[in-house]
Design a binder for this molecule. Structure first.
Ligand SMILES: Cc1cc2nc3c(=O)[nH]c(=O)nc-3n(C[C@H](O)[C@H](O)[C@H](O)COP(=O)(O)O)c2cc1C
Ligand SMILES: CCCCCCC(=O)C(=O)O
Length: 371
């Protein structure tokens, strides 16, 4: 497969996707200032390599919340993979598991979490247990939310990633222009079917798995995180933390890890690039919980910059979707291979023996003068 980098997979994906669906995947909120900022901010950070360290070939593996990862790159949750490829989340799960990469499976997946887990198990090397986490939009109906959590637990998910940047849906003008507000006939949010509860928006049939049933509620609060902590033993990761006070509150509320994220620029436009927020969040949590980061990670060098600024691992959203659309399971595998090879090369060139070896001394700004 002749894809030189993640960008070439986006081009390939764009060529095969329905333009309306491409816009859904690529787009962001309003003027898409944050979408652009996420990538641009990485380009403003320079790397200054150390030399003659005899570091040998780097080992790329890392561990987050007890999950062993073959590299510090995970798959962020992205909804509706069936829009990208008929094999959908099944293909994504196989590619991630085969690569030893943690997949954060979206609550709004178009394949049920049990089937995603089964595919991951089939693909994991040597029968190892694959690393699968579950992303949750807490629904105001707690009975319904609990039923989803139980499904994720029973399927073998090892952490709950609670998305907290979505008290409402961001304004996606591309989707408005395209009049794209529903999944096509035959596609459903398979995790939402046939669950108990009354809190789903009533569309005249509670168990349909229809995306319009999902409630993004401004009433969700720290009390819901405390409630989740009571009903589940799984580690809780908050996804969408950008303010240092919230990072502190998360630690005080017993959250296990934070995912520094602006939802890939799809929620509040003009939020700053995540890589620019990472240092202030790292300062706030003082190493008390692991930090993850997503938003604009497209190169192995981006991963190193995030590690140097305090992340334990990074995650990608759109790149996996581009791989899936371009070539199904093989395309997602190619994206992961590219990032692995780039990270290996960049660590070697920086004189680092492992991700844990990366420190802020490697960083500068691209604009001089430098000290
Ligand atoms: C098409 C698409 C669907 C997404 N769906 C979800 C979702 O269901 N839940 C969620 O928490 N984040 C969702 N996200 C946000 C991603 O988890 C992630 O934060 C973001 O994509 C990272 O930025 P990147 O695409 O630049 O890598 C979605 C992003 C995209 C592009
Ligand atoms: C009404 C729920 C729509 C959420 C869509 C999934 C998501 O987070 C995203 O596209 O971004």
């Amino acid at each position: 497969m002749d894809y030189a980098n993640v960008r070439s997979l986006e081009e390939a994906a764009r060529a095969v996707l329905d333009p309306v669906h491409y816009d859904y995947f690529a787009g962001g909120a309003q003027d898409e200032i944050t979408v652009a900022a996420n990538e641009a901010a990485f380009a403003r950070i320079g790397l200054v390599p150390r030399i003659l360290r005899g570091a040998a070939r780097p080992r790329l593996g890392t561990t987050v919340l007890g999950a062993e990862m073959s590299m510090p790159v995970m798959l962020s949750p992205t909804a509706f993979h069936k829009l990208a490829h008929p094999e959908a989340e099944r293909a994504t799960a196989r590619a991630a598991a085969a690569a030893g990469v943690t997949m954060i499976s979206a609550m709004l997946s178009t394949v049920a979490i049990e089937d995603i887990a089964a595919e991951a198990r089939k693909a994991a090397p040597g029968g190892a247990e694959p690393s699968l986490w579950f992303q949750l939009y807490v629904q105001p109906d707690l009975g319904f939310t609990e039923a989803i959590v139980r499904r994720a637990e029973a399927a073998g998910c090892r952490a709950l990633v609670v998305t907290v940047d979505s008290p409402a849906l961001g304004r996606h003008e591309r989707n408005d222009r395209n009049d794209f507000h529903d999944l096509p006939p035959g596609m459903r949010c398979e995790n939402l079917r046939e669950l108990p509860g009354e809190g789903l928006r009533d569309l005249g049939g509670r168990d349909s798995g229809h995306v319009r049933q999902v409630v993004l509620s401004p009433e969700i609060s720290w009390d819901h995180i405390a409630w989740l902590r009571q009903i589940s033993d799984l580690p809780i990761v908050l996804k969408g933390v950008l303010h240092p006070r919230d990072a502190r509150l998360a630690v005080e509320n017993g959250v296990d890890a934070l995912l520094v994220s602006n939802h890939g620029g799809r929620q509040l436009d003009t939020t700053p690039a995540t890589i620019d927020r990472l240092p202030i969040i790292a300062e706030a949590v003082q190493g008390q919980v692991p930090l993850l980061l997503d938003g604009g990670v497209r190169r192995g060098t981006d991963v190193i910059k995030a590690l140097a600024l305090g992340a334990t691992a990074t995650a990608i959203g759109r790149p996996a979707v581009w791989g899936l659309a371009a070539a199904g399971e093989a395309g997602v595998a190619r994206v992961l291979d590219l990032l692995r090879n780039e990270l290996d090369n960049a660590l070697t060139l920086c004189g680092c023996a492992s991700p844990q070896d990366v420190t802020a001394e490697l960083l500068t700004t691209m604009e001089g003068p430098h000290q």
